[in-house]
Design a protein around this ligand. Structure first.
Ligand SMILES: Cc1cc2nc3c(=O)[nH]c(=O)nc-3n(C[C@H](O)[C@H](O)[C@H](O)COP(=O)(O)OP(=O)(O)OC[C@H]3O[C@@H](n4cnc5c(N)ncnc54)[C@H](O)[C@@H]3O)c2cc1C
Length: 333
């Protein structure tokens, strides 16, 4: 394959080997690289603030958002050829991206979309990039039970499978049948729920180099849509009443150190409303740190560390972040 690029950042012809000027090592601002045989365009210096629910974060050195498996495979191959570190981003709703940005290639999965409701089996097969809330509403409208609890989780299916996302005493592990993953060598593999080693907000996929491409869930069709919709609405309303949905956040910052709730420990430590820069421990729910407008990742990172320190001092409990922090946080950018 060869790479080519037209003027004014417009990609005209695809390719990978002919034009040395366009290799990632020879970094030129705002470059675009088309991957031959796909509709994938790899862009340089893409701000990730728009790709995370915190609305913070510096640029990706390179960023691509494939629309199908072929595009994803080509992107992985490109990273391999150019020895670029790969970072996967779903909806970015459980991420804190450093103000310094992320080196290598960021692959955004949110354009990988397809859904199939199989009425024979009651199984829903869905691509990694599909948003969970939309699926929960669609299942409810069809009278399929099993996803009502997930309506308030603003992530993609891929992120939810990796994180074992959960709410209202249910979680992904309860309904997952299998997940299809892309391996670093470009081949696809199907893993059963048992193979994913699920525990609380954890799976085998965290920290691994496998990319979730789709997942199959067991739901229960045949219920009254009005009832499933009512339950779904109730779950959504509960969220709106108890969590600061109106401000950018990553949801719960810390895992609950059972038998305690992290939010309770933080509240009892007197940290509700505590602020560093424009990052604040939410008044409505102490396990949320919100961006009050104009926060930096640095503000949020240091508030996380402050909360951990204070809670440890008071309770001798180390709060473990649920949010994934990526990029450099130790030094100034
Ligand atoms: C307002 C709010 C409320 C929330 N409420 C909840 C809640 O009730 N319960 C809950 O569990 N979470 C909650 N969250 C957190 C978050 O929505 C979940 O963790 C969600 O599952 C993350 O999905 P994502 O697509 O945004 O993943 P991202 O944040 O983009 O990524 C999370 C991790 O998964 C990896 N990843 C993402 N997609 C893939 C893929 N396709 N293949 C391989 N790795 C991948 C990333 O590299 C990263 O390590 C909330 C967040 C917000 C902002």
């Amino acid at each position: 394959m060869t790479i080519s690029q037209a003027v004014a950042n417009v990609c005209t012809v695809s390719g990978m080997t002919n034009n040395r000027q366009l290799t990632p090592n020879n970094s030129i601002e705002n470059k675009e690289i088309c991957l031959l045989g796909t509709d994938c365009v790899i862009k340089s210096q893409v701000s990730l603030a728009a790709y995370t629910s915190y609305r913070v974060g510096g640029p990706a050195q390179w960023c691509v958002a494939p629309r199908n498996i072929e595009g994803l495979q080509a992107s992985i191959q490109y990273a391999k050829t150019h020895e670029l570190q790969v970072t996967i981003l779903g909806a970015g709703s459980n991420l804190l991206v450093s103000d310094c940005g992320i080196p290598g290639l960021v692959i955004v999965t949110r354009h990988l979309r397809h859904t199939h409701f199989d009425p024979e089996t009651g199984q829903l097969t869905v691509a990694a990039g599909d948003p969970i809330p939309a699926l929960a509403w669609e299942a409810a409208e069809r009278g399929w039970e099993g996803l009502e609890w997930a309506v308030g989780i603003p992530g993609t299916i891929g992120g939810a499978v990796v994180m074992n996302a959960g709410a209202h005493s249910s979680c992904i592990a309860d309904i997952l049948v299998s997940a299809q993953v892309l391996l670093p060598d470009g081949t696809l593999e199907t893993l059963s729920r048992e193979q994913l080693n699920y525990t609380y907000r954890t799976s085998l996929l965290q920290g691994s180099d496998r990319i979730v491409t789709q997942a199959t869930f067991q739901l229960q069709p045949g219920a009254d849509p009005a009832q499933v919709l009512a339950a779904t609405k109730q779950h959504k309303q509960h969220r709106l009443n108890t969590q600061p949905y109106h401000l950018p956040s990553c949801g719960s910052v810390f895992r609950n150190p059972k038998p305690y709730a992290a939010g309770w420990l933080i509240e009892q430590t007197g940290l509700k409303g505590y602020q560093i820069g424009k990052a604040q421990v939410a008044q409505r729910h102490a396990n949320f740190i919100v961006n009050c407008g104009g926060a930096s990742a640095w503000d949020i990172f240091h508030l996380i560390r402050h909360v951990q320190h204070q809670v440890q001092e008071r309770w001798s409990i180390v709060l473990e972040p649920e949010v994934k922090m990526i990029g450099e946080f130790q030094t100034a950018c």
